[in-house]
Design a protein around this ligand. Structure first.
Ligand code: COA
Ligand code: MG
Length: 305
Protein backbone atom coordinates (compact mmCIF):
# COMPACT_ATOMS: atom_id res chain seq x y z
CA UNK A 1 0.00 0.00 0.00
CA UNK A 2 1.26 3.49 -0.78
CA UNK A 3 2.71 5.56 2.04
CA UNK A 4 0.36 8.40 3.04
CA UNK A 5 1.92 11.79 2.39
CA UNK A 6 -0.26 14.82 2.79
CA UNK A 7 -0.07 17.32 -0.03
CA UNK A 8 -3.64 18.30 -0.71
CA UNK A 9 -3.09 21.97 -1.41
CA UNK A 10 0.00 23.59 -2.90
CA UNK A 11 -0.23 27.37 -3.11
CA UNK A 12 1.82 28.95 -5.86
CA UNK A 13 3.36 32.25 -4.77
CA UNK A 14 5.11 34.51 -7.31
CA UNK A 15 8.57 35.08 -5.83
CA UNK A 16 8.88 38.69 -6.98
CA UNK A 17 5.77 39.89 -5.11
CA UNK A 18 6.77 41.08 -1.66
CA UNK A 19 3.21 41.26 -0.38
CA UNK A 20 2.46 37.72 -1.48
CA UNK A 21 5.67 36.37 0.03
CA UNK A 22 4.67 37.88 3.37
CA UNK A 23 1.13 36.61 3.01
CA UNK A 24 2.38 33.07 2.36
CA UNK A 25 3.60 32.83 5.97
CA UNK A 26 0.06 32.66 7.27
CA UNK A 27 -1.53 30.41 4.64
CA UNK A 28 -2.89 27.02 5.63
CA UNK A 29 -1.77 25.19 2.50
CA UNK A 30 -0.06 21.82 2.99
CA UNK A 31 2.70 23.03 0.68
CA UNK A 32 3.97 26.47 -0.30
CA UNK A 33 5.46 26.59 -3.79
CA UNK A 34 7.41 29.76 -4.54
CA UNK A 35 7.37 30.35 -8.27
CA UNK A 36 10.26 31.59 -10.37
CA UNK A 37 8.72 30.53 -13.68
CA UNK A 38 5.53 31.67 -15.36
CA UNK A 39 4.23 34.13 -12.76
CA UNK A 40 7.49 36.12 -12.97
CA UNK A 41 8.29 38.31 -15.98
CA UNK A 42 11.56 37.81 -17.86
CA UNK A 43 12.82 41.17 -16.62
CA UNK A 44 12.34 40.14 -12.99
CA UNK A 45 13.84 36.64 -13.03
CA UNK A 46 17.05 37.62 -11.23
CA UNK A 47 15.23 39.88 -8.82
CA UNK A 48 12.72 37.15 -7.98
CA UNK A 49 15.49 34.68 -7.23
CA UNK A 50 17.23 37.19 -4.95
CA UNK A 51 13.97 38.04 -3.22
CA UNK A 52 13.28 34.38 -2.59
CA UNK A 53 16.73 33.79 -1.09
CA UNK A 54 16.35 36.86 1.16
CA UNK A 55 12.86 35.89 2.20
CA UNK A 56 13.68 32.26 3.01
CA UNK A 57 16.89 33.24 4.84
CA UNK A 58 15.27 35.83 7.01
CA UNK A 59 11.86 34.34 7.81
CA UNK A 60 11.10 31.60 10.27
CA UNK A 61 8.99 29.20 8.24
CA UNK A 62 9.62 26.10 10.28
CA UNK A 63 6.03 24.99 10.29
CA UNK A 64 5.81 25.18 6.47
CA UNK A 65 6.75 22.64 3.85
CA UNK A 66 8.43 24.54 1.07
CA UNK A 67 9.03 23.92 -2.58
CA UNK A 68 9.82 26.20 -5.46
CA UNK A 69 9.57 26.08 -9.23
CA UNK A 70 12.58 26.73 -11.41
CA UNK A 71 12.41 28.02 -14.97
CA UNK A 72 12.35 25.86 -18.07
CA UNK A 73 15.60 23.92 -18.06
CA UNK A 74 16.50 25.20 -21.54
CA UNK A 75 16.16 28.82 -20.39
CA UNK A 76 19.21 30.80 -19.24
CA UNK A 77 17.72 30.99 -15.73
CA UNK A 78 17.26 27.40 -14.63
CA UNK A 79 20.81 26.54 -13.51
CA UNK A 80 20.96 29.62 -11.30
CA UNK A 81 17.50 28.86 -9.96
CA UNK A 82 18.84 25.59 -8.68
CA UNK A 83 22.31 26.68 -7.55
CA UNK A 84 21.50 30.02 -5.93
CA UNK A 85 18.49 28.83 -3.99
CA UNK A 86 19.81 25.45 -2.87
CA UNK A 87 23.27 26.75 -1.94
CA UNK A 88 21.79 29.52 0.16
CA UNK A 89 18.62 28.07 1.64
CA UNK A 90 18.68 24.38 0.66
CA UNK A 91 18.05 23.26 4.23
CA UNK A 92 14.59 24.84 4.04
CA UNK A 93 13.61 23.30 0.72
CA UNK A 94 11.65 20.07 0.56
CA UNK A 95 11.24 19.85 -3.19
CA UNK A 96 11.75 21.56 -6.53
CA UNK A 97 9.15 21.65 -9.30
CA UNK A 98 10.71 21.14 -12.73
CA UNK A 99 8.56 22.52 -15.56
CA UNK A 100 8.03 20.82 -18.93
CA UNK A 101 9.85 17.61 -18.16
CA UNK A 102 9.95 15.57 -21.35
CA UNK A 103 12.50 12.82 -20.87
CA UNK A 104 14.73 11.08 -18.35
CA UNK A 105 17.58 13.34 -19.47
CA UNK A 106 15.88 16.27 -17.78
CA UNK A 107 15.56 14.37 -14.53
CA UNK A 108 19.16 13.18 -14.64
CA UNK A 109 20.33 16.77 -15.12
CA UNK A 110 18.64 18.00 -11.96
CA UNK A 111 19.44 14.86 -9.98
CA UNK A 112 23.20 15.16 -10.55
CA UNK A 113 23.26 18.90 -10.01
CA UNK A 114 21.40 18.51 -6.71
CA UNK A 115 23.76 15.76 -5.60
CA UNK A 116 26.72 18.08 -6.17
CA UNK A 117 25.19 20.99 -4.27
CA UNK A 118 23.97 18.84 -1.39
CA UNK A 119 27.50 17.48 -0.93
CA UNK A 120 28.95 20.95 -1.15
CA UNK A 121 26.67 22.40 1.53
CA UNK A 122 26.65 19.26 3.67
CA UNK A 123 22.93 18.61 3.36
CA UNK A 124 22.32 15.06 4.48
CA UNK A 125 18.85 14.51 3.09
CA UNK A 126 17.97 14.56 -0.58
CA UNK A 127 15.90 17.40 -1.94
CA UNK A 128 12.91 15.95 -3.74
CA UNK A 129 11.76 16.83 -7.24
CA UNK A 130 8.31 17.27 -8.77
CA UNK A 131 8.41 16.93 -12.56
CA UNK A 132 5.63 18.82 -14.25
CA UNK A 133 4.13 16.92 -17.15
CA UNK A 134 2.74 19.49 -19.53
CA UNK A 135 3.62 18.56 -23.09
CA UNK A 136 2.74 15.80 -25.50
CA UNK A 137 6.30 14.49 -25.26
CA UNK A 138 6.18 14.50 -21.47
CA UNK A 139 3.05 12.34 -21.53
CA UNK A 140 4.56 9.94 -24.07
CA UNK A 141 7.77 9.54 -22.05
CA UNK A 142 6.15 9.40 -18.66
CA UNK A 143 7.45 5.94 -17.80
CA UNK A 144 11.10 6.77 -18.35
CA UNK A 145 10.56 10.01 -16.42
CA UNK A 146 9.08 8.35 -13.33
CA UNK A 147 11.78 5.66 -13.40
CA UNK A 148 14.65 8.14 -13.69
CA UNK A 149 15.20 9.11 -10.04
CA UNK A 150 14.29 8.19 -6.49
CA UNK A 151 13.98 11.90 -5.71
CA UNK A 152 10.58 12.15 -7.34
CA UNK A 153 7.95 13.19 -4.83
CA UNK A 154 5.11 13.85 -7.24
CA UNK A 155 4.14 14.25 -10.85
CA UNK A 156 2.35 17.54 -11.49
CA UNK A 157 -0.10 18.12 -14.31
CA UNK A 158 0.48 21.44 -16.12
CA UNK A 159 -2.75 22.04 -17.92
CA UNK A 160 -2.17 25.32 -19.77
CA UNK A 161 1.09 24.29 -21.41
CA UNK A 162 -0.38 20.88 -22.18
CA UNK A 163 -3.23 22.63 -23.99
CA UNK A 164 -0.68 24.66 -25.97
CA UNK A 165 1.40 21.60 -26.76
CA UNK A 166 -1.59 19.74 -28.19
CA UNK A 167 -2.96 22.77 -29.98
CA UNK A 168 -6.26 22.18 -28.18
CA UNK A 169 -8.81 24.92 -28.59
CA UNK A 170 -9.93 26.59 -25.39
CA UNK A 171 -12.51 29.06 -24.15
CA UNK A 172 -12.39 28.82 -20.37
CA UNK A 173 -9.03 29.84 -18.97
CA UNK A 174 -9.40 28.09 -15.64
CA UNK A 175 -8.26 24.57 -16.35
CA UNK A 176 -10.51 21.56 -16.34
CA UNK A 177 -13.97 22.02 -14.93
CA UNK A 178 -14.81 25.21 -16.85
CA UNK A 179 -16.35 25.56 -20.33
CA UNK A 180 -16.08 21.89 -21.12
CA UNK A 181 -19.45 21.19 -22.65
CA UNK A 182 -17.94 21.26 -26.17
CA UNK A 183 -16.42 17.83 -25.89
CA UNK A 184 -18.47 14.79 -24.92
CA UNK A 185 -16.27 13.42 -22.17
CA UNK A 186 -13.36 14.74 -20.19
CA UNK A 187 -10.75 15.92 -22.65
CA UNK A 188 -7.91 15.81 -20.11
CA UNK A 189 -8.71 12.28 -19.07
CA UNK A 190 -5.84 10.72 -21.00
CA UNK A 191 -2.91 12.80 -19.68
CA UNK A 192 -4.39 12.93 -16.20
CA UNK A 193 -4.83 9.18 -16.04
CA UNK A 194 -1.35 8.65 -17.48
CA UNK A 195 0.06 10.89 -14.74
CA UNK A 196 -1.90 9.18 -11.97
CA UNK A 197 -0.93 5.69 -13.17
CA UNK A 198 2.77 6.56 -13.55
CA UNK A 199 2.89 8.29 -10.16
CA UNK A 200 1.17 5.46 -8.35
CA UNK A 201 3.36 2.85 -10.04
CA UNK A 202 6.16 4.33 -7.93
CA UNK A 203 4.09 5.19 -4.86
CA UNK A 204 4.51 8.94 -5.39
CA UNK A 205 1.91 11.70 -5.48
CA UNK A 206 -0.16 12.91 -8.41
CA UNK A 207 -0.85 16.64 -8.18
CA UNK A 208 -3.39 18.43 -10.32
CA UNK A 209 -3.07 21.74 -12.16
CA UNK A 210 -4.63 24.86 -10.62
CA UNK A 211 -8.08 26.24 -11.37
CA UNK A 212 -7.66 29.79 -12.59
CA UNK A 213 -11.07 31.27 -11.79
CA UNK A 214 -10.38 32.04 -8.15
CA UNK A 215 -13.81 33.59 -7.62
CA UNK A 216 -15.64 30.46 -8.79
CA UNK A 217 -15.41 28.17 -5.77
CA UNK A 218 -18.08 25.78 -7.07
CA UNK A 219 -16.08 25.32 -10.30
CA UNK A 220 -12.95 24.75 -8.23
CA UNK A 221 -14.71 22.07 -6.23
CA UNK A 222 -15.86 20.31 -9.38
CA UNK A 223 -12.35 20.46 -10.79
CA UNK A 224 -10.91 18.99 -7.56
CA UNK A 225 -13.45 16.16 -7.63
CA UNK A 226 -12.53 15.21 -11.20
CA UNK A 227 -8.90 14.64 -10.30
CA UNK A 228 -9.61 13.18 -6.87
CA UNK A 229 -11.71 10.46 -8.48
CA UNK A 230 -8.87 9.73 -10.92
CA UNK A 231 -6.40 9.14 -8.08
CA UNK A 232 -4.85 12.58 -7.69
CA UNK A 233 -3.78 13.51 -4.17
CA UNK A 234 -4.03 17.26 -4.37
CA UNK A 235 -4.18 20.35 -6.49
CA UNK A 236 -2.30 23.60 -6.86
CA UNK A 237 -3.96 26.80 -5.71
CA UNK A 238 -3.16 30.17 -7.21
CA UNK A 239 -5.10 32.24 -4.69
CA UNK A 240 -5.50 31.98 -0.90
CA UNK A 241 -9.29 31.68 -1.27
CA UNK A 242 -8.84 28.25 -2.90
CA UNK A 243 -6.86 26.54 -0.15
CA UNK A 244 -9.68 25.60 2.19
CA UNK A 245 -11.80 23.99 -0.51
CA UNK A 246 -8.87 22.05 -1.91
CA UNK A 247 -7.95 20.75 1.56
CA UNK A 248 -11.55 19.81 2.16
CA UNK A 249 -12.13 17.97 -1.11
CA UNK A 250 -8.95 15.90 -0.90
CA UNK A 251 -9.71 14.89 2.71
CA UNK A 252 -12.10 12.06 3.60
CA UNK A 253 -15.23 13.54 5.20
CA UNK A 254 -17.22 12.24 8.19
CA UNK A 255 -19.44 10.12 5.98
CA UNK A 256 -16.37 8.54 4.31
CA UNK A 257 -14.88 7.74 7.70
CA UNK A 258 -18.14 6.18 8.94
CA UNK A 259 -18.56 4.09 5.78
CA UNK A 260 -14.96 2.90 5.75
CA UNK A 261 -14.93 2.11 9.47
CA UNK A 262 -18.02 -0.04 8.98
CA UNK A 263 -16.34 -1.87 6.08
CA UNK A 264 -13.16 -2.47 8.09
CA UNK A 265 -15.03 -3.69 11.19
CA UNK A 266 -17.39 -5.94 9.23
CA UNK A 267 -14.55 -7.45 7.23
CA UNK A 268 -12.37 -8.04 10.29
CA UNK A 269 -15.27 -9.84 12.05
CA UNK A 270 -15.96 -11.89 8.94
CA UNK A 271 -12.36 -12.97 8.47
CA UNK A 272 -12.30 -14.31 12.04
CA UNK A 273 -14.89 -16.88 10.97
CA UNK A 274 -12.82 -17.82 7.93
CA UNK A 275 -14.99 -15.94 5.44
CA UNK A 276 -13.24 -13.62 2.99
CA UNK A 277 -16.40 -11.87 1.84
CA UNK A 278 -19.40 -10.36 3.58
CA UNK A 279 -22.22 -7.97 2.78
CA UNK A 280 -23.07 -4.47 3.96
CA UNK A 281 -26.41 -2.93 2.96
CA UNK A 282 -26.75 -5.38 0.07
CA UNK A 283 -23.22 -4.75 -1.22
CA UNK A 284 -20.38 -7.22 -1.27
CA UNK A 285 -17.15 -6.48 0.54
CA UNK A 286 -13.95 -8.54 0.42
CA UNK A 287 -10.21 -8.15 0.83
CA UNK A 288 -9.97 -5.49 -1.87
CA UNK A 289 -12.81 -3.43 -0.40
CA UNK A 290 -11.09 -3.76 2.97
CA UNK A 291 -7.81 -2.40 1.57
CA UNK A 292 -9.67 0.44 -0.13
CA UNK A 293 -11.44 1.40 3.09
CA UNK A 294 -8.20 1.12 5.07
CA UNK A 295 -6.38 3.43 2.66
CA UNK A 296 -9.03 6.10 3.16
CA UNK A 297 -8.91 5.71 6.95
CA UNK A 298 -5.10 5.93 6.85
CA UNK A 299 -5.43 9.24 5.04
CA UNK A 300 -8.04 10.48 7.53
CA UNK A 301 -5.74 9.54 10.43
CA UNK A 302 -2.80 11.29 8.82
CA UNK A 303 -4.89 14.46 8.51
CA UNK A 304 -5.96 14.24 12.17
CA UNK A 305 -2.23 14.03 12.94
N1 COA B 1 0.07 33.86 -2.77
C1 COA B 1 0.09 34.66 -1.69
N2 COA B 1 -0.75 35.69 -1.53
C2 COA B 1 -1.64 35.93 -2.52
C3 COA B 1 -1.70 35.14 -3.67
C4 COA B 1 -0.80 34.06 -3.77
N3 COA B 1 -0.79 33.25 -4.83
N4 COA B 1 -2.69 35.60 -4.48
C5 COA B 1 -3.23 36.66 -3.85
N5 COA B 1 -2.59 36.87 -2.67
C6 COA B 1 -2.89 37.90 -1.66
C7 COA B 1 -2.89 39.31 -2.23
O1 COA B 1 -1.59 39.85 -2.16
C8 COA B 1 -3.85 39.98 -1.30
O2 COA B 1 -3.16 40.25 -0.08
P1 COA B 1 -3.68 41.38 0.96
O3 COA B 1 -4.95 40.86 1.56
O4 COA B 1 -2.56 41.45 1.95
O5 COA B 1 -3.86 42.61 0.13
C9 COA B 1 -4.88 38.90 -1.00
O6 COA B 1 -4.22 37.66 -1.21
C10 COA B 1 -6.09 38.97 -1.88
O7 COA B 1 -5.69 38.96 -3.22
P2 COA B 1 -6.60 39.55 -4.41
O8 COA B 1 -6.61 41.05 -4.32
O9 COA B 1 -7.92 38.88 -4.36
O10 COA B 1 -5.86 39.05 -5.68
P3 COA B 1 -4.83 39.83 -6.57
O11 COA B 1 -5.58 40.62 -7.57
O12 COA B 1 -3.82 40.53 -5.71
O13 COA B 1 -4.09 38.63 -7.32
C11 COA B 1 -3.72 36.92 -8.93
C12 COA B 1 -4.78 37.77 -8.19
C13 COA B 1 -4.41 35.85 -9.73
C14 COA B 1 -2.91 37.84 -9.85
C15 COA B 1 -2.80 36.30 -7.85
O14 COA B 1 -3.61 35.53 -7.00
C16 COA B 1 -1.63 35.50 -8.36
O15 COA B 1 -0.68 36.04 -8.90
N6 COA B 1 -1.63 34.18 -8.10
C17 COA B 1 -0.52 33.30 -8.36
C18 COA B 1 -0.26 33.06 -9.81
C19 COA B 1 0.76 32.00 -10.00
O16 COA B 1 1.50 31.63 -9.09
N7 COA B 1 0.86 31.44 -11.21
C20 COA B 1 1.81 30.39 -11.51
C21 COA B 1 1.35 29.05 -11.09
S1 COA B 1 0.09 28.39 -12.08
MG1 MG C 1 3.46 25.41 -17.46
Amino acid sequence: MNKVILQRSTISVPSNREKMLIKSKGLKADFIMYDLEDSVSLEEKDKARRMLVDFLSSEDLNDKVISYRINDIYSPFAYRDVIDIVENVGSKIQSIVIPKVESKKHIIWIDILLTQIEKSIGLERKIEIEPSIETAKGVLNIKEIIDASDRIRSLVFGIADYTVSLGMFFKGISGHGEEEEFYPGHRFHYPMSAIAVAAKSKGVLAIDAPYGNFKDLEGLKKSCLISKYLGFDGKWAIHPSQIEIINEVYSPDEEDIKRCTKIVNTYEESIKTGKGSASIDGRMIDGATYRLAKSILDKANKIKG
